[in-house]
Design a protein around this ligand. Structure first.
Ligand code: GLY
Length: 365
């Protein structure tokens, strides 16, 4: 890194990996300065999707100006690109372009590109350097941090994957300016999750946010706090043997809804919005959460255009069946994240099925 490179907003110290996270406007144009590989002739496979073509051009130009040879690869936008077929395509592209063990794979985009390109980085020549360049709010606060990578099988989401930490994360907040409102709202569902997990102070800050994106500095501050929460959790439990599971708050029921509705109807963050409300309802019954927190959470989700009522034609048995297939489910028991209060996380495996059914049914009212 050159002397003039900006200071990171955060640093993650996970297992053997220690990496900077940069956050701010226009950082893609400074990628050459921030790049972790200063060798002459360094190469990078830059993976993105068609939604971020102008950003990919900026990233490529900045890297080339920094002396990095760039091979670009584009995948179709959407979950369908998280496939073994795309992994093979990208690995072969890298091989044909002569990408070596010391080179880098960079993921520019949202969660799909990050998970896919991350898995390519984890497996190509048994693992090469990974740089995450998240362009969505969801990826900035969640999926680009912590090293989860992977693709889907027809049998289940994220069924093939690896934990592979990035060497660098660059969050150019200007990317959020062109993000469709629906996608921004989806990322906000994860922001609300962090508010609930972190405690009343962050929850109240999240709650006080006006319509997104709002003032850039305020949004950047929120991203930094959420990312900071995630880093602390991943530092404590990289491989999800314990507290990292708390990051799945709202995701157990959320993934069930997403799958049962066929992935098109509810985007991930929209399903998480409903999943958070179900988790809070369960928390009231099984962990003594004050119902006022659910009422406040529902208000903030609704204000940001996220669903707070589940459609009548997404059947509860299909949601339960999808939840049982979720790879977060252990044989015979569902792992649920509950809260005694914001910041007071309870990981539970003993939630009775009838309580779960009731919490899902209550989402329809
Ligand atoms: N998205 C949850 C995690 O990274 O653990």
């Amino acid at each position: 890194m050159s002397a003039s490179a900006p200071a990171p907003a955060l640093v993650a110290d996970v297992g053997d990996a220690r990496y900077p996270l940069h956050l701010g406007p226009g950082l893609l144009d400074r990628l050459g300065e921030l790049w972790p590989d200063r060798r002459p002739g360094a190469s990078a496979l830059l993976v993105s999707d068609g939604n971020v073509a102008p950003l990919a051009r900026r990233a490529r130009a900045a890297l080339q100006a920094g002396g990095v040879r760039v091979i670009t690869a584009t995948v179709p936008p959407g979950e369908g690109s998280k496939s073994l077929a795309q992994v093979e395509r990208l690995c072969r592209l890298a091989a044909d372009a002569g990408l070596r063990r010391a080179d880098t794979v960079a993921a520019l985009g949202g969660g799909v590109v990050g998970d896919l390109a991350g898995f390519v980085a984890a497996t190509y020549q048994r693992g090469v350097r990974l740089v995450q360049l998240p362009t969505t709010l969801l990826a900035m606060v969640d999926s680009a941090i912590g090293g989860k990578t992977g693709v889907d099988l027809p049998e289940g989401k994220n069924y093939v994957g690896a934990i592979w930490q990035p060497s660098l994360v660059v969050m150019d907040t200007e990317a959020l300016d062109s993000l469709p409102a629906r996608q921004l709202a989806c990322g906000f569902a994860e922001v609300v999750k962090y508010g609930l997990l972190d405690g009343p102070e962050l929850f109240e800050l999240v709650e006080s946010r006006p319509a997104l994106p709002g003032p850039p500095d305020e949004l950047a501050d929120l991203i930094r706090r959420c990312a900071g929460h995630k880093i602390a959790v991943v530092e404590a439990d990289e491989r999800e043997t314990g507290i990292r599971a708390s990051l799945n708050l709202g995701h157990t029921v959320g993934h069930g809804i997403e799958a049962a509705a066929g992935y098109e109807r509810y985007q991930h963050g929209e399903a998480v919005s409903l999943g958070l409300l179900a988790a809070l309802r369960l928390s009231e019954r099984a962990a003594g959460l004050d119902p006022g927190w659910r009422v406040r959470t529902m208000a903030v989700l609704e204000r940001h255009g996220l669903p707070v009522r589940l459609a009548a034609d997404v059947p509860t048995p299909a949601i339960l069946e999808a939840m049982a297939r979720d790879k977060k489910a252990d044989a015979g028991s569902l792992n649920m994240v509950l809260l005694g209060a914001p910041g007071d996380v309870r990981l539970r495996q003993d939630v009775p099925r009838e309580r779960l059914v009731a919490a899902i049914e209550e989402l329809r009212r």
